[in-house]
Design a binder for this molecule. Structure first.
Ligand code: TXA
Ligand code: MG
Length: 312
């Protein structure tokens, strides 16, 4: 199958009720037709995820958001204009189309317009064929590390996918951590999950102060333990011989320690983070020591993921 046929084939499979693991610029998603209740139910069984956790609906453009929502506040319009397509999810008041099996019974729906060319091509074709949106959580088993390559998806889900389900190739996810989730149902935006779209970017776009409080984060990626490899993750301690070690390149590797990644920047730290966590498991390491970067807002999102990976 050539590059152009794969997204078309995937769109048809989705409309036929099958699942497609789809590359996005954040992480790979496990996609189903968001108006097909039985296809969406299969997402939960393949992931092993509790069924009350709401899903993000993905569409091709801001125009395609309209059927899913009751209203788009002015400040959310600014965010949509500035950061879509991109690594941002908006939580908005839902329309009739966003059923309880998508929203977990909440009166809101989470929506994203992804930027990855493969995800975009699938969405364009899916909508051309009459589809309205694609539900897609990260394509990992519940509580595990999100996949940022097609190989990682295969390692996570091959055993659980059916013969008509598909895994699309799309290279390494460039952002590498999940989208920023922003609650847009009150008078000011509120961050529910940290990501590459940062608080200052949101303030600059909307002209509003965020009502951001960490304790308010209430989404599944916010369970204390999440994104966890099998190796025990320890933060900001001195590694011992035999430990895995993840830190910016500027940190030297102590003797006898196994370097799993040496990113040069915080962007690279984010984009290689989940691959580094997986690498620790592939190498059969018992412990992974991570030195958390701390000099910008993206570092806050990296810290958030590492804290969850280390919690048990
Ligand atoms: O980058 C991403 O967002 C990736 C890619 C595939 O798009 N998706 C992703 O999905 O991370 P998932 O299901 O792993 O995480 C989505 C989070 C969950 O924690 C869920 O609780 C939250 O979004 N969520 C979904 N709908 C919501 C809603 N109506 N209100 C609040 N949180 C919601
Ligand atoms: Mg997830």
């Amino acid at each position: 199958m050539n590059e152009l046929d794969a997204p078309k084939e995937a769109a048809r499979a989705l409309l036929a009720g099958h699942l497609v693991a789809l590359p996005t610029e954040t992480v790979y998603g496990l996609a189903a037709n968001a108006t097909d209740e039985s296809a969406v139910a299969r997402i939960y069984s393949v992931k092993g995820r509790p069924s009350n956790h709401p899903l993000i609906v993905h569409v091709s453009s801001v125009d395609s958001v309209t059927p899913w929502i009751a209203e788009l506040p002015d400040y959310a319009q600014s965010l949509a204009r500035d950061f879509w397509p991109g690594p941002m999810t908006l939580v908005l008041k839902r329309s009739q189309l966003a059923k309880d099996f998508i929203t977990g019974g909440q009166s809101t729906v989470a929506i994203r317009v992804p930027a990855h060319p493969v995800a975009h091509a699938v969405l364009v074709e899916f909508e051309r064929l009459g589809g309205l949106g694609i539900a897609a959580p990260s394509a990992n088993r519940f509580g595990k590390v999100s996949p940022t390559t097609a190989d990682a998806v295969r390692a996570e889900l091959s055993a659980y996918l059916g013969e008509h389900d598909q895994i699309l190739e799309g290279g390494n996810s460039a952002v590498g951590i999940e989208s920023t989730i922003i609650d847009c149902t009150t008078s000011a935006p509120r961050i529910l999950r940290l990501g590459a779209i940062t608080a200052s970017m949101i303030s600059a776009s909307t002209g509003l102060e965020l009502s951001y409080q960490e304790s308010n984060i209430r989404v599944s990626g916010s369970l204390k333990s999440h994104y966890a490899p099998d190796a025990k993750v320890l933060l900001d301690v001195e590694p011992m011989p035999g430990d895995g070690f993840l830190a910016l390149e500027s940190h030297e590797t102590p003797d006898g320690v196994v370097r799993v990644a040496a990113p040069k920047t915080n962007e690279e730290y984010a984009s290689t983070l989940y691959q580094a966590l997986r690498r620790a498991d592939e190498l059969g390491l018992n412990r992974l020591v991570a030195i958390v970067p701390d000099d910008d807002e993206l570092a806050l999102a990296i810290r958030d993921r590492l804290q969850r990976a280390s919690h048990r």
